[in-house]
Design a protein around this ligand. Structure first.
Ligand code: SF4
Ligand code: SF4
Length: 89
C-alpha cells in the first residue's frame, strides 16, 4: 500500500551559538520539542539553545525560518536506503 512506503523525515539541527541572542523562539515554536535553552552563555552573554531530543526533529525547518539571527539551520538526515540511492546517482 502506498502509505506504507512513506517515511518520516528527519533533520539534524546545527546551532551557531555565537550568533544566537537567546530569544527562545526556536525552542518555543518547535512543534516536536527538539530544543531547550542551555544554562551556558555564549560570548555575547546569551543562553543559546541546545538539542535535547535529536530523534524528534522532523526537518520542518520552522526553527530556521523563525530565528531572527540566522543562528540555526537544519540539514536533512537520510536513512540508509536513501543514502545508498543518493550515492548511486
Ligand atoms: S526543523 Fe522543525 S522539528 Fe526540527 S528542530 Fe527545527 S522546528 Fe523543531
Ligand atoms: S531563535 Fe535564534 S536567536 Fe533565538 S534562541 Fe533560537 S537560535 Fe537563538
Amino acid at each position: 500500500m502506498f502509505f506504507g512506503k512513506l517515511k518520516e523525515a528527519h533533520g539534524k539541527v546545527v546551532i551557531n551559538r555565537n550568533w544566537c541572542k537567546g530569544c527562545g523562539y526556536c525552542v518555543q515554536y518547535c512543534p516536536t520539542n527538539v530544543l531547550e535553552m542551555s544554562s551556558g552563555y555564549n560570548p555575547k552573554g546569551y543562553h543559546p539553545p541546545e538539542v535535547k531530543s535529536a530523534d524528534s526533529c522532523r526537518n520542518c525547518k520552522f526553527c530556521e525560518l523563525i530565528c531572527p539571527e540566522f543562528a540555526i539551520f537544519v540539514m536533512e538526515e537520510l536513512d540508509e536506503e536513501q543514502t545508498s540511492v543518493a550515492a548511486a546517482t
